[in-house]
Design a protein around this ligand. Structure first.
Ligand code: ATP
Ligand code: MG
Length: 428
């Protein structure tokens, strides 16, 4: 392999044996989004760098050190999207979607961040993003949480995730809090690590988010943002928690939850797990009422979240019973010259009659024995056999690969019915 080219560090191939897990999760995700009336939006992977600077914020980890930024051939600075919210707002503004209407949107696709690769942290990763516009009340924040609650349940991981909540208030409230926080941390300057000293005047709230255990006592005694919130922010937060209480959704209020991006206001939340080591946040989001205006639109309410699919799949894999979708239902074995074309014809008839069926036609040839082995390995539940005798008599033999039923030979015209009966009886 000395001369072979390899994938970029932190960017992974998903091999055919893994894709059924992805598809399984993706199907459930689509169904749940549909149940809540959300529409899909598809967005470019590359945007102008300026878009991310203006939305995420110049002094955030993402913009400071994680973006893949490059110059286009005509000299524009472009970046691979590190997240989807900015592009989604950009698209909605550009196409006039935010003129008085409300929207519930989702997108699904790769994001790029130049981080140190480790388990659960990659340079290309997939996010489901959900964004809503034009809705001010806490009920939409609650709906976003309910949607995820339902999704966790359907994916079979509900008992492995916990909801954490906080409120970041408005920009003005946060600015006032920020002054007090900076004063507090400045008074304990010697206890700050290098990263936090650097953040003290650029992004002090992020210090609360540090993973450095030595700083925890200092963080625990820091002033709490909740105490600086105005009446409206407090009322919004109370109404949200009342909604969640009413619907029986458990949550923890986490005063240290500040999120890494600048654009949040009022509600922020994370779904966290203890099953994945230090990469414990699987889904994160909140309200970002100032972002639309920040990107040049009229002020508009917005709330949303993003879920990392690799972390979700890792969580599902923690429980070994993560279901796999079957790839092949019927494996068609062909031996002898006459079976070559007859096999293709029969497979087409099956696909016409049973569009949901997955039919795999053997193309490699070989003896019955070697083809049976392949049929077995494919996971198929039925093997159809076309040899010289079958072709001559316009028959086909049916072998049941997963149960004790005896092999039978039937006219080709009956095989659709035989398969249908088998599918019905095995679904029971
Ligand atoms: P973290 O604190 O783990 O760095 P974050 O706050 O940077 O996460 P967000 O920007 O909120 O993450 O992204 C939402 C979700 O996307 C995360 O909860 C996680 O599931 C996923 N995610 C973010 N960065 C990565 C990454 N580098 N690799 C894999 N998944 C990621
Ligand atoms: Mg991060």
């Amino acid at each position: 392999m000395a001369n072979s080219i390899q994938a970029i560090r932190g960017m992974h191939d998903v091999l055919p044996e893994q894709t059924p897990r992805w598809q399984y999760a993706e199907n459930i995700i689509r169904k749940v989004l549909n149940a809540y009336g959300y529409s899909e939006i598809r967005l470019p992977i590359v945007e102008k760098t300026e878009l991310f600077k203006r939305s995420i914020g110049e002094v955030t980890d993402i913009v400071e050190k994680e973006m893949y930024t490059f110059e286009d051939r005509n000299g524009d600075s472009l970046s691979l999207r590190p997240e989807g919210t900015a592009g989604c707002v950009r698209a909605c503004l550009e196409h006039g979607l935010l003129n008085g209407q409300s929207h519930r949107l989702w997108y699904y696709g790769p994001m790029y961040r130049h981080e140190r690769p480790q388990k659960g942290r990659y340079r290309q990763f997939i996010q489901l993003g959900v964004e809503t516009y034009g809705m001010a009340g806490p009920e939409i924040d609650a709906e976003l949480i309910l949607l995820m609650d339902r999704l966790w349940k359907q994916l079979g991981v509900r008992e492995h995730v916990q909801l954490q909540l906080n409120s970041l208030g408005t920009l003005t409230e946060r600015a006032r809090y920020r002054e007090h926080l900076v004063a507090y941390f400045s008074a304990h300057h010697e206890q700050l690590d290098d990263d936090s000293q650097r953040r003290l005047h650029t992004n002090p709230l992020r210090i609360l988010d540090t993973k450095n255990a030595e700083m925890q006592p200092l963080i625990n005694n820091a002033p709490e943002l909740m105490a600086y919130l105005g009446e409206e922010s407090v009322a919004h937060f109370k109404a949200l928690t009342a909604c969640l209480d009413d619907l029986g959704i458990a949550y923890q209020i986490n005063h240290r939850l500040v999120r890494g991006l600048d654009y949040y206001s009022k509600t922020v939340f994370e779904w966290v797990t203890e099953s994945l080591g230090s990469q414990g946040t699987v889904c994160a989001g909140g309200r970002y009422d100032s972002l639309v205006e920040q990107l040049g639109g009229k002020p508009n309410h917005a709330a949303g979240f993003a879920m990392g699919i690799e972390r979700l799949l890792a969580l599902m894999e923690c429980q070994n019973d993560a279901p796999m979708t079957k790839r092949v239902d019927v494996y068609l074995i062909r031996v002898g010259e006459g079976a070559a074309q007859a096999g293709l014809r029969l497979a087409e008839q099956l696909r016409d009659a049973l569009p949901e069926l997955s039919v795999h036609v053997n193309m490699e040839g070989g003896s019955f024995k070697s083809q049976f082995k392949k049929a077995d390995k494919s996971g198929a539940s039925l093997a159809l056999i076309l040899g010289d005798d079958e072709v001559l008599n316009q028959h086909v033999s049916v072998k049941y690969l997963r149960d004790n039923q005896a092999q039978q030979t039937v006219p080709q015209t009956d095989v659709v019915q035989v398969i249908q009966e088998f599918l019905v009886s095995s679904a029971r």
